[in-house]
Design a protein around this ligand. Structure first.
Ligand SMILES: Nc1ncnc2c1ncn2[C@@H]1O[C@H](COP(=O)(O)OP(=O)(O)O)[C@@H](O)[C@H]1O
Ligand SMILES: [Mg+2]
Length: 351
């Protein structure tokens, strides 16, 4: 039963927005926790208004810490990042997601690039697809904002365990608004993902090719990042990216690990391939370059245009993506202590 405090005690009480600010979570989330009985304010002012005590706030921090540990035990968030465009971020995100759905994981693809290439590559027309990530990332209080779960679509034509939160060019406008937020503008995506993580084994995030607030949101929300490198290697972008990753890890308060670089669009046995491989190994360390490298194949471009990742076709390139997906899961398991399993252990979302 809520205790009523005498007037002198009221300075020890916090309003919902003060608690939200202290804990770095949204008022919406606090209200939801209240409704579900997970975390309720324990005090009432003499005027009858509900307030949180400082013990409540301490309890909230415990709950959040516990939940984060629980959730990450089940769900791994991996993003595909490179400030260079055309290297294969979108293609890898959707194709590897497809491969791992086939392996038995429940996989959610988040298209966090306003260019919406991952959305197209999974067979959806961004102009005809609603709602999209733009609505899930709107600032709190905006009338058009939607819970992420309402933006996610199943992709039954491709695979029953594959899901997509589609993008639209409007996301670029939302990014501008996020940038204007005074507080917590780096954790908007992470918070949105927290509401659905319990429902998936893996979340693969496709990202925009610029160091922007959106990319920072993507990295802050990630447990690990994968950097696709194409046949023309660009070093300057990669070191900027690495610095950003370190900063994001600080915001997140957990490491945002570099899982590795993937060499993509390679023409094997050429001087250029050897040079790119040597440079990539020098920058990332040989042990951070995935052993499976992807050759340049026109079939991949065709798959993109068909809106069906190559793993769902009979093309021989499919086997390579499956091999790479297995290597990624092996590295993730070793380095992140990933407990994501492919045996359908995900529990249903509670929100
Ligand atoms: N291994 C590959 N061989 C040939 N084309 C590829 C390969 N990987 C990706 N592509 C093509 O390259 C283009 C850019 O890839 P994309 O994944 O959109 O890059 P990014 O997301 O980094 O901008 C797309 O048309 C895609 O189909
Ligand atoms: Mg892309």
């Amino acid at each position: 039963m809520a205790k009523t405090l005498i007037k002198n005690d009221t300075k020890l009480l916090y309003t919902i927005s003060e608690v939200a600010q202290q804990a770095g979570i949204s008022i919406e989330t606090l209200r939801r926790m209240d409704r579900k009985g997970e975390f309720k304010p324990s005090a009432t002012t003499p005027g009858g208004q509900r307030r949180y005590t400082s013990e409540d706030v301490g309890r909230l921090f415990d709950i959040r810490r516990e939940r984060k540990r629980d959730v990450s035990r089940r769900c791994l968030t991996i993003s595909f990042v490179n400030v260079k465009g055309g290297v294969g971020k979108s293609t890898l995100a959707i194709t590897l997601a497809g491969a791992l759905a086939q392996r038995g994981y429940r996989v959610l693809v988040i298209d966090a690039d306003p260019q919406a290439n991952a959305t197209q590559g999974l067979g959806l027309d961004p102009e005809r697809t609603t709602p999209t990530m733009a609505r899930a990332l709107l600032p709190e209080g905006d009338r058009d904002r939607l819970p992420l779960a309402e933006v996610i679509q199943p992709l039954p034509n491709l695979h029953p365990r594959l899901f997509l939160a589609p993008s639209h060019i409007d996301l670029a406008l939302v990014e501008g608004r996020l940038h204007g937020l005074q507080v917590q503008r780096e954790i908007v995506l992470d918070e949105a993902l927290d509401t659905v993580r319990a429902d998936y084994d893996l979340i693969f995030v496709d990202s925009p090719p610029t160091i922007s607030n959106l990319l920072i949101n993507v990295m802050v929300a990630s447990d690990g990042v994968i950097v696709p490198i194409d046949a023309t290697y660009a070093l300057s972008g990669v070191s900027a990216l690495n610095q950003t990753r370190a900063l994001c890890a600080k915001v997140n308060r957990h490491p945002v690990l570099l899982l590795g670089a993937v060499l993509n669009k390679q023409v094997m046995n050429t001087t250029m391939h050897n040079v790119v491989l040597a440079q990539t190994e020098m920058t990332f360390g040989a042990e951070r370059v995935f052993k499976v490298m992807l050759p340049y194949r026109t079939e991949i471009e065709k798959a993109t245009h068909r809106g069906e990742p190559v793993v769902f076709s009979s093309d021989p390139a499919a086997a390579l993506y499956v091999e790479l997906a297995d290597e990624i899961m092996k590295v993730a398991t070793e380095r992140l202590g990933a407990r994501a399993t492919a045996d359908g252990q995900s529990v249903a979302a509670t929100d």
